[in-house]
Each structure stands twice: as C-alpha cells, then as structure tokens.
Design a protein around this ligand. Structure first.
Ligand SMILES: Nc1ncnc2c1ncn2[C@@H]1O[C@H](COP(=O)(O)OP(=O)(O)OP(=O)(O)O)[C@@H](O)[C@H]1O
Ligand SMILES: [Mg+2]
Length: 337
C-alpha cells in the first residue's frame, strides 16, 4: 500500500507547447501541444509507469519536469519547491536530487569519455569531489550496478547495450538522487537483457529508497515495476490507477486497446477479451481533434464526444478516467433515479 506514504512529486496542469515557425521572418504559425495539461503525483518510494504510443508526449513530460525543457505553464512541486518556477541557480541545486536515465544507451554516453569520466562528470560539475574521492565513488557506483571496477578506464564502445545502460544508471546515481525519470530505459535492449535492467532498477529502488517515473510505450514493459500506471494519449492522461486496476479492470477504451495488443500466455484471457485493433494514426498534436482527443479512433465514440473534452474523474477509489462514457457509480445512480 502506498496511501500512507508522503507525496514526493506533484505535477499540476503541466503544459509544454513547442512553437511552429514559418517563413523568412519566422512567424509563429501554431504550436505542437506535446504536453497539454498533465497532472499526477508520485509518492516517496513509489514507481509510476507512464505509457502511450510514440509521440504522445511521454519524454516531453519527463524532460519538462526536470526543466530540460522550459514549461509553458503549470507546476511541478518537489520537496516543497515548485521546480517549474525556480530560478536557474536554485534549479541547478535541485538537479542533484532529480536525475534521468535515457532510452538509448548507445547515444547517451559520450564515446570519447572513459567510464570514470562519464560517471564522475556530475560530481566534478557540482564541485563536490575530486581525484581519489571520485575514483572511490566511481568504484562504489560500479559495484552498485554490478560492473567490474576495472571497467572504469574503458570507453563506451567496449560494452554491450545492457552494460552501457548500467553505466547510465551509475551516472544517474552519482549525486545520490531521490527521484529518477527512467525514459524508456529498456526499449533499446534485447528482450533477454530487459529483465536484468528492470531487476537492477528495482533492487536499487529498495536499497536507496528511490522514486521513479518509468516511461514505456507499451503496458507489458511497466507491468512488473509499476505501483501505479498513467496512460497518455496526445498530450493528456486518459487513465491513471494502481497497477492492478489498470491491468485487470481497464476502463478507458484506449487503455483497453493497448492492453489487448499485449500477447498473453493465458488462453482463457483470449476467450474473455476481444482483441481491439486501433485504426488510423495518432492525430497531430499540433491540431488535436475537438472534444475527446481519442474520439477519432475510439470504437464507442458518438457526437457528444466531439463537443466535450472529458476530464479525469475518480471512478472508483484512486482510479481516474477521462472518458464521457465511463461514469462514477454515484452518477449512474443519479441517472437511474
Ligand atoms: N524539441 C521539440 N521541438 C518540437 N517538437 C517536439 C520536440 N520534442 C518533441 N516534440 C514533439 O512533441 C510530441 C511529443 O513528443 P515526445 O518525444 O514527448 O513523445 P514520446 O511519447 O516520448 O514518443 P516516443 O515514444 O517516440 O519517445 C511529438 O509530436 C514530437 O514531435
Ligand atoms: Mg520518448
């Protein structure tokens, strides 16, 4: 249970629009509404999985929380401060405590730096250690991610994908953070290696009391690691609930479609659940559909869905859904009476 834990991060109505410019004078002609009003909280020690198709705004959400992208509007409360409105110097200090692990372990490590330089870089940047202290800390971090100490003098190209991601994890841990955005840390790895990295992240979470936002594009990848799961579509969250509710009782038609596309070993599941195949592409986030953004691909949408944009409503305790067709039990009673 996570209810008695303290909230570590609270994201409130976060918006990130990327302006679109045209012409010689670079006139602003519109905006990519990559993140368009996202709210959620993560408790201390918890993992929130963030799932959705390519381009729905997961990375932008993670990067905007860390202020790697400047938020257009909204709040990111973290340990009593609103990160979205911190001055650059204050934000620099806060960065020690919040880190990111990137999707592609091949592109995210500088090929010209040794493992020692890569892992030790944040310590040098913050000026908190030098020389022998860095060597000792690098050795300690290599231990933590189960890599040999002797690897410190080697270069990224000498390692496999899984080993590189361990180096990325060690670098993220260098400053003793309490919160880490894991942006698809296993998507680029072989399936056989994915479980190892997930296990490593879980062990580290217990050992170091870490809190994760774990991003993935399909629900099978976050099933094991998440306490709660948020499902994103075209810049907004359409469903958020604890893990069991999302996998056993998905309520939003988009979550149901995502879930039905995961292969399962249990044949009984196939008998009970029809496979839902989503038609068409995700619409452009520069020009999202009116009303419900999912309506153009939704199997149960009607005219009403084109007019009203649904907001997240609590359907059962802790289970929030943004769909006009899914109503809380109390509302249903009112309609019947
Ligand atoms: N720096 C940027 N400038 C302009 N548009 C951007 C920028 N970064 C992202 N976008 C756009 O914002 C939208 C959301 O992108 P984002 O990378 O956050 O999606 P994602 O859910 O992480 O996708 P993926 O699963 O492919 O990583 C996309 O339409 C993308 O093209
Ligand atoms: Mg991404």
């Amino acid at each position: 249970m996570t209810t008695d834990k303290q909230t570590l991060l609270r994201v409130e109505d976060l918006v990130k629009h990327f302006p679109i410019y045209r012409g010689v004078i670079r006139r602003k002609v519109g905006a990519v509404r990559a993140v368009d009003g996202v709210s959620f909280e993560i408790k201390q020690g918890e993992t929130l999985g963030l799932v959705g198709e390519s381009g729905c705004g997961k990375t932008t959400t993670g990067r905007t929380i860390l202020r790697l992208y400047e938020p257009t509007s909204g709040h990111v409360y973290f340990k009593g401060q609103d990160l979205a409105h911190l001055k650059p110097e204050e934000m620099r200090k806060a960065r020690k405590d919040i880190q990111i692990i990137f999707q592609d372990p091949y592109a995210s490590l500088n090929p010209r730096m040794t493992v020692r330089e890569i892992i030790g870089e944040p310590m040098l940047a913050f000026g908190i250690a030098s020389g022998k202290e860095i060597d000792d800390r690098v050795a300690e971090l290599l231990d933590l991610v189960s890599l040999d100490h002797n690897y410190a003098s080697r270069y990224p190209h000498e390692f496999s994908g899984g080993q590189r991601q361990r180096i990325g994890v060690a670098r993220a841990l260098a400053m003793n953070p309490s919160f880490i955005v894991c942006d698809e840390p296993i998507s680029a790895l072989d399936v056989s290696i994915q479980a190892q990295i997930v296990n490593l992240l879980e062990d580290l979470q217990k050992e170091l009391n870490l809190t994760y936002l774990f991003i993935a594009h399909d629900l099978s990848m976050v099933r094991h690691i998440s306490d709660r799961v948020a499902v994103m579509y075209l810049g907004i969250i359409v469903e958020i609930a604890n893990r069991k509710d999302v996998y056993v009782n998905p309520l939003h038609p988009y979550t149901q479609a995502l879930l039905s596309s995961i292969p399962v070993a249990d044949p009984k599941f196939y008998e009970e659940h029809q496979r839902i195949i989503l038609e068409g592409d995700v619409p452009s986030p520069a020009n999202p559909p009116s009303g419900c953004r999912f309506r153009t691909r939704c199997p149960i949408a009607d005219e009403h869905c084109a007019e009203v944009q649904p907001v997240l409503r609590e359907i059962t305790s802790g289970h929030f859904v943004a769909c006009l067709k899914v109503t809380p039990i109390d509302d249903q009673k009112e309609v019947i009476n």
